[in-house]
Write a protein that binds this ligand. Structure first.
Ligand code: OGA
Ligand code: NI
Length: 331
């Protein structure tokens, strides 16, 4: 089936946004503006250990979102990751279509235009590229871009660094729950934990005040580590308001996902977030979803449960959790 790509549509120099992209009035950015003067937590990992543990734990409880700096991922590597992704999206449409995914096959790997069923019927102003990066047995290298030819090498290098950083975060976040540093990693599947790359591409939009790049959602991952380009757009929900996230070069933008909320029995909260689009510039972001394998059994960690602290979530496989997304959209 032919899919209408947002990028191709944008190139036709549209003046008016097609109806399917027009959000309900209350969702339009004009009518749900971000609050002024509030900024998200930025945490340097080079601070003393106990300071970092406390800061991360507080950010996960109060925001479900934070930026990390001094994480050790080289700025030049982040720069190369962005370059190869940008190059892919500049390829002729026909070449991109040769990587088109087929969600009806049950896999979203490849070039695509909509990843999940939305809560309403409206469509998001976004194209994406999605593929697994780890573990090796789940790789489907045929679905990785072959052009530019450096795509694979750069992405593999980035994955090594993101895995190292994620494991460090799992350790610190386990400690923040008062537990042994190994608990979160092993509860999520250890070596079987999956790392998935999603390159988000939001072309210039003729009427950005009526559209959304991604609608409000929580990630179903355990954690999502994202780097955006310098075009702003990401907003996170905090205490009844949208808060705009400013670009901070080379910081990693970390989202707590639903699986970490469940494991921590609600101490850590998955963050509701959305992204806006831009009239002149293309916004892009590179999100790595860190997810348990489908068969992993996810529930509140037994160490956190007693008579005074009953389980707030049921225990079931990730496959089951995955298809019942949390709905935190304010009514
Ligand atoms: C996502 C997402 C936000 C962004 O891909 O799940 O929320 O900043 N992206 O692109
Ligand atoms: Ni998200």
């Amino acid at each position: 089936m032919e899919v209408e790509r947002v990028q191709a549509l944008s190139h036709v120099t549209l003046h008016e946004l097609p109806a399917k992209f027009i959000r309900p009035a209350h969702e339009q950015p004009e009518n749900s503006k971000a609050i002024e003067g509030v900024t998200v937590p930025v945490i340097s990992l080079s601070q003393p250990h106990d300071v970092v543990v406390d800061a991360l734990s507080k950010a996960c409880s109060e925001w479900g979102f934070f930026l990390i700096t001094d994480h050790g991922v080289e700025p030049s590597l982040i720069g190369r990751l962005k370059e190869v992704g940008e190059e892919f999206f500049k390829l002729p449409q026909k070449e991109k279509e040769s990587y088109a995914n087929d969600p009806s096959s049950g896999s979203f790997e490849g070039y695509g235009t909509k990843m999940t069923k939305n809560f309403d019927e409206k469509v998001e102003w976004i194209d994406y590229y999605f593929h697994v990066m780890h573990p090796p047995k789940k790789l489907n290298l045929d679905m990785w871009p072959k052009n530019p030819s450096s795509y694979r090498g750069v992405t593999e290098e980035y994955n090594v660094e993101i895995m190292r950083t994620t494991n460090k975060l799992f350790e610190l976040l386990s400690e923040g729950l008062g537990l042994d540093g190994k608990v979160l990693n092993s509860s999520l599947g250890g070596d079987e934990i999956e790392f998935e790359m999603k390159i988000n591409m939001y072309p210039p939009c003729p009427q950005p005040q009526l559209a959304l790049g991604v609608e409000p959602h929580t990630d179903m991952s355990a954690l999502t580590l994202l780097v955006p380009n310098d075009v702003p757009g990401l907003q996170v929900w905090k205490d009844g308001n949208w808060v705009a996230v400013n670009y901070l070069p080379n910081a990693l933008f970390v989202h707590v996902g639903d699986q970490l909320e469940v494991l921590s029995n609600g101490k850590y909260k998955s963050v509701l977030h959305r992204s806006l689009v831009n009239k002149e510039r293309t916004r892009m972001s590179w999100a790595v979803f860190v997810v348990p394998p489908h068969e992993a059994v996810i529930g509140p960690l037994p160490e956190l449960i007693d008579e005074k602290n009953p389980a707030k979530y049921s225990t079931k496989t990730y496959a089951e959790y995955r298809y019942r997304k949390f709905n935190k959209i304010p009514q």
